[in-house]
Design a protein around this ligand. Structure first.
Ligand code: C2E
Ligand code: CA
Ligand code: CA
Length: 681
């Protein structure tokens, strides 16, 4: 089972996971930076905050002492003249309480000259230098608080506050109050608070970091998965899960390069293109849902029937690609024949049983081409040859032409050209006679369209009909064919030829009842009777429970226009379905006719189709009659009409009228049945 690509990991996903881990680490490291900076800033802030708080506390305490104790005790005293004993005692008792509580370690009153007028220890010695900045600030009316270390007579650091003393009565400063508060205790308290806050902060920051890391982990993973999904989608077909064209190219490129660079260890292999037959009909008749389902089944079957190292890809539409590394010629053809058989096992979709036929075009690398482009071209050419021939698996052979394949760009160009051709009357009809096998005479002709291309000459239908059928252009083209065929019929009838005319109709024409009206209008406007026209619809267009197509066909045949089932035998029609289709004529595909004389099986098939058709009231026409032997056999088997190169290739009707198209043996055998005018020279 070719599982490498279908179910395997997206190439590069291991690398992607690594990239994801690295990306996460980068995120984690990057988010650590702002978190740390935030932590440092906040810690510093706490420290500074502790100091400021201590100083503010000192200032507040000094203010309280000044207002509540010192100023009231001094009354209207003049410090420069010294204090009275009474004043001193009042001061002493007013400040004692604070000193006693230990919230103040020293308190002094200073004169403006800097001498000590009062000290809580009772002494009046010592002075303050006049250039002491704090003292000068207090003399100027301000309050100064700062932390000072080691003051004589005090232990540890202190907060020293200087502030003017303003007794209530005067409202004027009379001196300076100097207060020392023990700082170490406050500092220890502040430090303890700060520590606690920092621990809380650290915990907070750590959880913040953890959340950030988690978020970044989750987002990187999601991003990584998203990228991997994108990569998968870019390289896989969403409908079937197979590799897409891009991945197919890459795998082909790798296999080809290995074969070119290391031929000893990688001896090359096969590149295969697969195209389903009649997929368009499945889509048109059963709907897109059924088409999609069919593609999924095909994808599954292809994957299941190949080996692990093989790659299966859906290249678009109903086209698949396979790379078989190391596969040699004989084994490849054998393998693909088996794959093709397994693919063609009947499938049932929406109650309709189909068999999936496909063409395989094969080329080998590096022998056939040394570029992927070249390989694709060759496999494509082989596949198109397969489409037009009897073999389902076709190996590319040098020199075989690549005609028939209209690539995407060509198809677009051709659409434009086809429109132009319709507008400028570049189509022509050739007619191939249909002979009555009993009388040997021409009973009708089939209109086959050609394009008289201004540069490329006369083009056969296979060169442009596929593009017309893929687009709506087939509708006006068929309309043109019907008009021209009926006009020509009028002309040859006037010239004395009693031929009816058959026109080929595409599946798409049967998708609207408008078509029936158009045909009936053309007949009526030319005064042609309905039975003189015959419409050929392919078996595949009618194969399914297609209600619209069935009603269009019914409308036409109700009007008296004979309907013919073309290419019978290559499509899906079960014999039983034939009964419901009520066809006037069944045309057996030339695939069964050409080799009739030496193929027992084909003879058995054709024989029973003739019998069956007769039992259903239809006539039988054999297409592709090329030899007398085949014609003889058909006549003996009771086939009603024959068509083929034995009698005539398709020609403009005027040339046909001049040629003597008659089967003389048939003619002689049935001289007495001559009741029609012959085509004579
Ligand atoms: P078909 O309807 O099966 O037409 C018969 C094809 O077989 C014609 O090819 C004809 O030239 C070819 N043929 C006839 N006798 C022999 C023979 O003895 N041996 C061989 N090998 N071939 C023979 P042609 O003209 O190239 O047409 C190909 C197909 O294109 C037709 O197949 C038909 O399906 C389609 N086609 C042609 N004209 C029209 C048209 O106006 N409208 C539509 N929708 N399809 C058309
Ligand atoms: Ca036909
Ligand atoms: Ca045919």
């Amino acid at each position: 089972m070719a599982s490498t690509v279908r179910f395997g990991r997206t190439p590069g996903s291991g690398r992607g996971r690594h990239r994801g881990a690295r990306l996460f680490l980068v995120y984690a490291a990057a988010s650590l930076v702002p978190v740390s900076i935030l932590g440092l800033a906040l810690t510093r802030g706490y420290h500074d905050g502790g100091r400021t708080q201590a100083l503010d506390q000192g200032r507040a305490q000094a203010a309280v002492i000044e207002q509540m104790a010192v100023a009231p005790a001094l009354g209207g005293a003049d410090l420069s003249k010294g204090l009275t004993r009474g004043q001193r005692e009042r001061l002493q008792s007013a400040t004692d309480l604070a000193i006693f509580h230990g919230s103040v370690s020293r308190l002094r009153l200073l004169t403006f000259e800097g001498t000590v007028a009062f000290s809580d220890d009772g002494g009046v010695l010592g002075s303050v230098a006049r250039d002491d900045l704090s003292f000068r600030a207090a003399m100027g009316g301000g309050v100064d608080a700062r932390i000072v270390s080691v003051e004589p007579g005090l232990t540890g650091r202190s907060i020293r506050v200087l502030q003017p003393v303003i007794p209530e009565a005067s409202g004027r400063a009379i001196g300076v109050l100097e207060v020392f508060l023990p700082y170490d205790e406050i500092a220890a308290q502040v430090a303890a608070d700060t520590r606690k806050a920092i621990i809380r902060l650290a915990l907070g920051l750590m959880s913040l970091y953890a959340v950030l890391a988690l978020i970044s982990y989750v987002t990187t993973r999601a991003l990584h998965r998203f990228a991997a999904d994108n990569e998968r989608q870019a390289l896989h077909d969403p409908l079937t899960g197979l590799a897409n064209r891009e991945l197919f190219r890459r795998v082909a490129e790798q296999a080809l390069n290995r074969a070119l660079l290391r031929p000893e260890s990688s001896p090359g292999g096969a590149l295969v293109l697969v195209d389903l037959d009649h997929f368009k009909e499945v889509n048109d008749n059963l709907g897109h849902h059924a088409g999609d389902r069919l593609l999924q089944i095909v994808a599954q079957r292809l994957s299941d029937s190949l080996r692990t190292d093989d790659t299966v890809a859906r290249l678009g539409g109903d086209e698949f690609g396979i790379i078989l590394p190391g596969s040699q010629r004989d084994e490849t053809v054998e393998l693909l024949a088996r794959v093709r058989r397994e693919l063609s096992e009947p499938v049932t979709i929406d109650h309709v049983t189909l068999s999936v036929e496909a063409c395989f075009g094969v080329c080998f690398f590096p022998d056939d081409a040394t570029t992927v482009e070249g390989l694709l071209q060759h496999a494509d050419a082989a596949m198109y040859r397969g489409k037009n021939g009897p073999d389902g698996v076709v190996v590319y052979a040098e020199g075989a032409t690549d005609a028939g394949a209209a690539s995407g760009v060509d198809a677009l160009v051709m659409q434009g050209e086809l429109r132009h051709a319709l507008a400028h009357d570049q189509f022509v009809l050739h007619y191939q006679p249909k002979l009555d096998m009993r009388t040997g005479r021409v009973s009708g002709v089939e209109a086959l369209v050609r394009w008289q291309h201004p540069e490329r000459g006369l083009l056969p239908p296979v060169a442009f009909l596929p593009v017309a059928e893929r687009t709506e252009l087939i509708v006006p083209l068929t309309e043109w064919v019907v008009r021209r065929a009926v006009d020509d019929l009028v002309a040859w009838t006037a010239a004395g030829f009693d031929w009816h005319v058959s026109v080929n109709v595409s599946a798409r024409n049967l998708s609207s009842l408008v078509f029936a009206d158009t045909v009936i209008d053309v007949l009526e406007s030319r005064g042609v009777r309905p039975h003189q026209l015959c419409l050929e619809v392919t078996e595949t267009a009618m194969a399914f429970d297609n209600q619209v197509a069935a009603s269009v066909v019914a409308a036409l045949s109700d009007h008296g226009i004979p309907m013919s089932l073309d290419d019978f035998g290559v499509g899906y029609t079960a014999i039983a379905q034939l009964r419901d289709l009520a066809m006037s004529e069944i045309k057996i595909d030339r695939l069964f006719i050409t080799g009739l004389d030496d193929n027992e099986q084909d003879r058995a098939i054709v024989g029973s189709v003739i019998d069956l058709a007769h039992s259903l009231g239809s006539t039988v026409t054999a297409e592709g009659v090329e030899t007398e032997a085949v014609a003889d056999w058909l006549r003996s088997a009771g086939c009603d009409h024959g068509q083929g190169y034995l009698w005539s290739r398709p020609l403009p009707w005027t040339e046909l009228a001049l040629a003597d198209v008659t089967d003389h043996r048939g003619h002689q055998d049935h001289q007495d049945h001559q009741d029609h005018r012959e085509a004579t020279v």
